[in-house]
Ligand binder design. Structure first.
Ligand SMILES: [Zn+2]
Length: 169
């Protein structure tokens, strides 16, 4: 019985992970429409979104305007606390070192991301900053949620940019 119950709750969790990742993908589409690298994030607390962010460093001339940072800022304002206790962050691509740092500062409970970022990912890929043994705060991490769609969005963006570059020549 216990095992069955655990299976059901894990199944329900992965279903809701996909549900919230769809919302993060919606934010990534917004970034794409702005001509930004299509990455999106949402912060979820007690079954509702308290912060959203779409990647926009180019359009704001702000190197810190990554989807995760903007979503964390909005969530902090919404819950009136810079510590985002009991909050989960969903993001379409593995966070970079800056965002991994912000996730730790915010005390995010769970990080759920879609695609790996081999070049800049600071969870598993390039660095393993999050959950570094010297950090006190531990974040539960799930990866690969709707990964193919998250990855496809970014790859098609860069493919298009490259082909535009070819046309310029
Ligand atoms: Zn980042």
């Amino acid at each position: 019985m216990l095992i069955a119950g655990r299976c059901i709750s894990l199944f329900a969790m992965s279903l809701s992970d996909e549900f919230w990742m769809e919302e993060a993908l919606r934010e990534a589409q917004r970034a794409l429409a702005l001509g930004e690298v299509p990455v999106g994030a949402v912060v979820v607390s007690e079954g509702r979104i308290v912060g959203r962010g779409c990647n926009r460093p180019l359009s704001t001339n702000d190197p810190t305007a990554h989807a995760e940072i903007l979503a964390l800022r909005e969530a902090g304002t919404a819950i009136d606390n810079y510590r985002l206790l009991d909050c989960d962050l969903y993001v379409t691509v593995e966070p970079c070192p800056m965002c991994a740092g912000a996730i730790t500062h915010a005390r995010i409970r769970r990080l759920i991301y879609g695609a790996e970022d081999a070049k800049a990912g600071a969870v598993h890929s390039m660095l393993q900053l999050l959950n570094h043994p010297k950090l006190n705060h531990k974040v539960e991490v799930s990866s690969g949620v709707l990964a193919a769609r998250c990855m496809h969005l970014v790859q098609s963006f860069f493919r298009e940019r490259r082909s535009e570059g070819d046309n310029d020549r």
